[in-house]
Design a protein around this ligand. Structure first.
Ligand SMILES: [Zn+2]
Ligand SMILES: [Zn+2]
Length: 410
């Protein structure tokens, strides 16, 4: 079908605007906007048929004259963007299904080969108008913010890209979970049991860092991604545990990280400490989560009936380097699959002694259950310190001293 015939047929469908008419031939020629194309085709049609030229009037059956409102949409976007800090933006359009169906019907009935979809013209044209109003640049790959137009509701929604920073945290107090822990009773809705907080614990490492961070970034939320996690009753000492903090929907993007580090440490005084190393990315979160780091623990151990240092050291000699078979611990088996896994005890030695109790330093592969390594967990962990000694032993306190020495075998 020739171009003239196609135009003839399109005009016969019903009243159509220059944008929609031109867009059916959006990949023909260069240096034209779609409404220039549409107007040109309309003029050519009038000349060829030798009929009076009739511009578009009434309502376009495809877009309902959406393109007449590009300026209004650009104003709405500029207003929505007014409250946030950003360098680059992108426009997206939630095209009403009926509009998309209308143009697709014409594509297939006329076998058009080079049409442009309504969505892409709308995004581009509003984008140009927003750039002119704001002086900011559009970025198709990694915009700071995406403004989504909803023609059906007449609204603009912002999707602000998250920011990430990385660092290490120490946890100096026991009883603080790493991340928010929703109340078991109400699943976070709020009830008597949780004092209507929706949480099992008032604070978490995530919140102790995240509250200050979210405030600095004027963000909706801050989510902690840790390189593994420590038990709620274990401290995290030494150089700290690596983490990446995800800042959700930040209203500000240029925050001085050194000042933020100071503010977090002041606000979380004595409970959690942070070192912020720099900006990060979503990709680093994935790397962090897949890394298998050795962990070094400092534990205090109690052996029933007491124990001589020499006997303890002999048992530790046998644990050092051993591969331990651990069935999922009894304390967590209700929420994890019951299976046996093997982990290596990289190092285990006596670090000190106080009031009849010994302090041990244990370095284990990622995923080693240290409490069970000591107690034997009723035979579920073999070998264990209790098993080697032939009498009950248990961990009184447990701290993580170091997360690191990446194995790189992931
Ligand atoms: Zn139209
Ligand atoms: Zn509750």
């Amino acid at each position: 079908m020739e171009l003239e015939e196609q135009v003839e047929k399109i005009l016969a469908y019903g009243e159509i605007c220059d944008h929609c008419l031109g867009r059916f031939f959006g990949r023909r020629s260069f240096g034209l906007t779609n409404d220039e194309r549409g107007r040109g085709l309309r003029v050519a049609h009038a000349l060829r048929e030798n009929v009076p030229f009739r511009p578009h009037e009434g309502t376009c059956w495809i877009c309902h004259d959406l393109f007449a409102d590009i300026g209004i949409w650009a104003d709405r976007v500029a207003e929505a963007l007014g409250g946030i800090e950003y360098a680059t933006f992108l426009i997206g359009t939630r095209v009403p299904p009926l509009m998309a169906e209308s143009e697709e019907l014409v594509w297939s009935e006329l076998g058009l080969t080079g049409p442009e979809p309504l969505k892409s013209e709308m995004n581009r044209e509003v984008g140009k108008a927003v750039a002119a109003r704001t002086g900011k640049a559009a970025d198709l790959a990694r915009p700071d913010v995406v403004a989504i137009l909803d023609p059906a509701g007449g609204t603009v929604e912002l999707e602000i890209s998250p920011l990430f920073f990385r660092g290490r945290y120490t946890k100096l107090e026991r009883g603080i979970p790493q991340t928010r822990w929703p109340c078991r009773e109400c699943q976070g809705a709020g009830c008597e049991r949780c004092g209507f907080t929706g949480k099992m614990y008032p604070d978490s490492v995530e919140e102790l860092i995240g509250r200050t961070a979210a405030e600095a970034f004027q963000a909706r939320d801050a989510v902690l991604h840790g390189a593994g996690r420590e038990d709620i009753d274990a401290r995290m000492l030494g150089s700290g545990r690596p983490f990446v903090m995800e800042i959700v929907a930040p209203g500000r993007r240029t925050v001085d990280l050194a000042a933020l580090e100071e503010a977090v440490n002041a606000a979380a005084a004595g409970r959690v400490g942070v070192t912020i190393d720099g900006w990060s990315t979503r990709a680093e979160v994935e790397t962090l989560k897949s890394e298998k780091a050795h962990k070094k623990y400092r534990i205090s151990v109690e052996v029933e009936g007491g124990i001589a240092r020499k006997e303890l050291e002999e048992a530790l000699d046998r644990l050092r380097g051993a591969v331990v078979a651990q069935q999922t611990p009894a304390r967590v088996v209700h929420r994890r699959a019951d299976r046996i896994r093997e982990r290596r005890v990289v190092d285990a030695r006596v670090a000190g002694q106080e009031d009849g109790r010994f302090f041990l330093d244990v370095v284990g592969e990622a995923g080693l259950y240290v409490k069970e390594l000591v107690s034997g967990d009723g035979g579920r962990t073999r070998p264990s310190l209790a098993g080697l000694l032939g009498r009950p032993a248990r961990v009184i306190h447990l701290d993580v001293l170091e997360v690191g020495e990446h194995e790189g075998n992931h």
